[in-house]
Design a protein around this ligand. Sequence first.
Ligand SMILES: [Zn+2]
Length: 142
Amino acid sequence: MKDDYQVRVEMEFSAGHRLLGHNGKCIHPHGHNYKVEIFMASHALNSVGFVVDFSELKQKVSSWIDANWDHAFLLNSKDGELLEALRGVKEQFIYLFDGVNPSAEVMAREIYRKTEELCGIEPAAVRMWESSTQYAEYRSAS
Ligand SMILES: [Zn+2]
């Protein structure tokens, strides 16, 4: 029988966004209190007895979120109208997604890739909660 471990860390942040081309209220600039969950899985533990060091993982990803997303406006780089409007505000804090909307799906994928880049470990999955009742999940298909 194979061992199978999974650990999960959770972080929260707030950000604004809008979804270009959406046929409903997500076309309006608005914000969410997001929750992100990062799942790490392994069949084996390291010498300390961990799948991953929680505090190290959390510290690295939280720092990145603080520096890039928390209290920022997340924008599709094609959203010229809103980009121009926000650039007219002195205290603006904008994070651009290259030609894609900042949907929960895209944000989950971004955190998945950042976690891999910052921690050197591929997550099992990343869940991005946009509200307490809905999330999008990204995992790499292998
Ligand atoms: Zn939204």
